[in-house]
Every structure is written in structure tokens, then in C-alpha cells.
Design a binder for this molecule. Structure first.
Ligand code: NZQ
Ligand code: ZN
Length: 386
């Protein structure tokens, strides 16, 4: 295990009724920018609940609505303008990963003189941010408890992640009942996303991190148990609660401590979204098994076999055979049980014209991953996923 520093500064209030903790915003001022998407928070009644608590605490609310799935830099800029014009004290995101990520970059760019896109392409320029508060409504990205934000400029076909310790939310409210209304498509994409985060961390080359590996296997088993229940019974509290906590821990740093992890499937998926604006979790579900089959060989088999035995309970002594059965079981879970799309064509990517340029960009971002991938390898993975 390598050396590491571990700090998760986000305070979590987990469970039913925890929205009452929005009163804590007053510790940071009395003007908030409320950021949300296309209106699901209004339909679910969360918007009204939040406004009432903010009003009771004499907090003045400014609003930015319409954050897109795969949030755009243009929307970030609108939020920054509101913050700068009104001396906003803090940002409150109510929604899923897109709303939270948009809020994080608004919070940082509000304290930055130049254009917000600079902070996406140059994370080292982020020197501070307004406090970010979150009410989570979709279990998937883990943005509620991590320092990352992913923003797109579709005019440039760019979707890029930025990061800074000050982007960690100050406080996040995780009420599983707020995810009862998440539709099946987003529920399954969310499960694929949190499983992908876990797997990206799990497949590393550092020995001696058994606690982290065991924790990852537990997250994966939990997703496999509760994902299908959440699809069948959207208001099953235990299923939604378990998925919510899995989504936070898949990416909050715990399972990658000391593991020197470099992700490779996310950079490939971000290119798919940058060029074709697809749903993040669906892209990951398509690419992950293809990547697994592509990199599986005698040398890599033991980690795949460990996944097969400890996550899918496959009883097979030979590592290579166990690994193959494990990948098969993952495919069955994604495509048969969770009804996720299997191919790029199923999500509307019907031509291969951009594969070379997408692969070139992805290859530059995944150097040092579990198995090194070249541009040629990634083109082949896209082709097999087609
Ligand atoms: O627009 P609204 O009304 O919010 O509706 C959303 C949206 O249409 C809807 N939704 C959310 N909560 C709901 C709900 N519908 C009904 N009931 C609810 N309770 O779901 C749709 C998708 O929302 P979105 O926020 O886009 O989904 P997700 O949470 O999956 O976020 C995806 C974005 O996060 C990035 C992805 O790349 C993508 O841009 N990621 C962020 C990461 C991070 N910050 O750490 C890491 C991830 O790997 C990922 O890259
Ligand atoms: Zn992800």
C-alpha cells in the first residue's frame, strides 16, 4: 500500500427529513444561489420544502434553473454572473451530478476574474470557491461527497473533469426518499456509474490494499442486490438508501487510498458524451465489459478472478476461467437485469467517424491505468462496443 493523505471535509446528513439541516446555510451568509435542473425537484415537492426553510432562516434566494444533463459551460457562466452581480455568499445545488457539478464550478468561478472555462481546463487555477451545499436527488456520480466536477463545451466537443479540495461540498443532505421519483433509465445508469467508479478503483497494480478491495467488493455486491429492487419497487427505502450510500463511497476516496489509481473507462466515456451527448452511466455500461474482455489475459486474470469469486460468488479454481465467468455475470447484470444498453448503436451512435480523434484524446488522459492503452487499443474498444 502506498502513502496517502485522507480527508473528506463534507458533512453528511443522511435519511428522511434531513432537509431541515438547510438551516445551517445561515452560518455562511444570507444570500444563496439555488441551482437546479429541468424541474424534477418542483414535481417532487423538494423545491417548496427548501424555499420554506431558507425563508424561515432569512436567507435570500437567487435562482439558476435549467442545468442540462452533461452540464454546459454556458450555464455555468450564467450562474457566475448572478453570483458576481449580487454578491452571493454560497451555492445550493438540488439535483443529481449535473446540477452539483455545475454549482461547484459556479462557486469557484465566482471568485475568479477570468472565464469559468479556464478553471475546467486548468484545475490548478482554482484558488478558492464559495461554499457549496447539496440536496441530492439521484444516486450515481458521488459528486455530493467528492472534489470533482465535469463540464462540457459541446461547441468544442470537450467534456472535461476538474478538481480542487475547495470543491468538496460543505454539507450534503442525502434523503433516499428524494430518489423515489428517479425513472428506471436514470436508476440503472446511476447503478452502472457507481459500479464503474468502484471498478475503476479496484483494478489497480498496487499490492497490499486488501481492505480497500474488500470494501469495493462490498459496494459492488450491494449494487447488485439493490439495483434490481430499486427498478422493481422505486419507493423501496432500503434499496434507495443503500444505493445512495454506495454512490458516495464509490468515489469519495476511501477505496482508492494508497492504490495509485488511474481511471481509463471514464476518459473513454467522456469522449462519447462530448461528441454525442449520451447518458454517462449508459456509456460506462457499454464500455466496461468490452474493456474487461480486451485487457483480460494470463497476467491480468487474477484480479478479474477475485471479482468473479467475491462479487459474483463464482466457484471456479482456474483464474482465467473464473475471470471469464465473472465478466459474463457482469454483462448479464447490466444488460439482462438492469436493462442497460449493450452497444453504442443502441444509444444513437451510428457512425465511427470520430473514433480516432476520441481515442487520441482518451489515450492522453488514461496513461498509467491498470493496463496501459494506446490510441489504437481504444479505437478497437470503441469498434467492439459499436
Ligand atoms: O433536470 P432535472 O430535473 O434535475 O432531472 C434530472 C435529469 O433529467 C433527472 N433527475 C434527477 N433527480 C431526479 C430526476 N428525475 C426524477 N426524480 C429525481 N429525484 O435525471 C436526469 C439526469 O440527471 P443528472 O444530474 O444529469 O444525472 P447524474 O447524477 O448521473 O449526473 C451525470 C453527470 O455527472 C458527471 C457525468 O459525466 C454527467 O455529466 N459525473 C460527475 C462526477 C463527479 N462530479 O464526481 C463523476 C462521474 O463519473 C461523472 O463523470
Ligand atoms: Zn462516472
Amino acid at each position: 500500500m502506498n502513502n496517502f493523505t485522507y480527508s473528506i471535509p463534507t458533512k453528511i446528513h443522511f435519511g428522511k427529513g434531513q432537509i431541515k439541516h438547510l438551516n445551517e446555510l445561515k452560518e455562511n451568509g444570507n444570500k444563496v444561489l439555488l441551482v437546479y435542473g429541468s424541474g424534477s425537484i418542483k414535481r417532487a415537492g423538494i423545491y417548496d420544502q427548501a424555499l420554506e426553510i431558507l425563508k424561515d432562516n432569512q436567507i435570500k434566494v437567487f435562482e439558476l434553473s435549467g442545468v442540462e444533463p452533461n452540464p454546459r459551460i454556458e450555464t455555468v457562466r450564467k450562474g457566475v454572473q448572478i453570483c458576481k452581480d449580487n454578491q452571493i455568499d454560497m451555492v445550493l445545488a438540488i439535483g443529481g451530478g449535473s446540477t452539483i457539478d455545475c454549482s461547484k464550478v459556479i462557486a469557484a468561478a465566482s471568485l475568479y476574474e477570468q472565464d469559468a472555462w479556464d478553471l475546467v481546463i486548468h484545475p490548478e487555477k482554482i484558488k478558492g470557491a464559495l461554499p457549496v451545499y447539496v440536496v441530492l436527488t439521484l444516486s450515481a456520480t458521488g459528486s455530493e461527497m467528492d472534489p470533482f466536477a465535469v463540464i462540457s463545451d459541446l461547441t468544442l466537443n470537450e467534456k472535461l473533469g476538474t478538481r480542487a479540495p475547495c470543491l468538496n461540498p460543505t454539507m450534503s443532505i442525502l434523503d433516499p426518499t428524494y430518489t423515489f421519483s428517479v425513472p428506471a433509465k436514470q436508476t440503472s445508469a446511476g447503478v452502472a456509474d457507481m459500479m464503474s467508479h468502484t471498478l475503476e478503483n479496484y483494478f489497480n497494480n498496487v499490492s497490499g490494499s486488501e481492505m480497500q478491495a474488500g470494501f469495493s467488493e462490498s459496494i459492488l455486491r450491494c449494487c447488485i442486490k439493490y439495483g434490481p429492487i430499486a427498478l422493481k419497487e422505486p419507493d423501496n427505502y432500503d434499496a434507495r438508501a443503500s444505493l445512495m450510500w454506495c454512490s458516495s463511497f464509490a468515489i469519495n476516496g476511501t477505496i482508492k487510498c494508497g492504490c495509485e489509481v488511474k481511471w481509463c473507462i471514464h476518459p473513454m466515456e467522456h469522449e462519447l458524451s462530448a461528441f454525442y451527448d449520451i447518458t454517462h452511466g449508459q456509456g460506462l455500461a457499454i464500455l466496461t465489459p468490452v474493456w474487461m474482455e480486451y485487457v483480460l489475459n494470463e497476467k491480468t486474470a487474477s484480479r478479474f478472478a477475485q471479482m468473479a469469486r467475491n462479487v459474483f460468488m463464482i466457484q471456479e479454481l482456474d483464474d482465467l476461467k473464473a475471470a471469464q465467468k465473472g465478466i459474463q455475470a457482469l454483462k448479464q447484470f447490466f444488460f439482462d437485469t438492469m436493462k442497460l444498453p449493450k452497444t453504442l448503436r443502441e444509444v444513437g451512435i451510428c457512425e465511427k467517424d470520430n473514433f480516432e480523434i476520441m481515442a487520441k484524446k482518451a489515450a492522453s488522459k488514461c496513461a498509467g491505468s491498470f493496463v496501459p492503452l494506446t490510441q489504437k487499443d481504444i479505437v478497437e474498444i470503441f469498434n467492439r462496443a459499436f
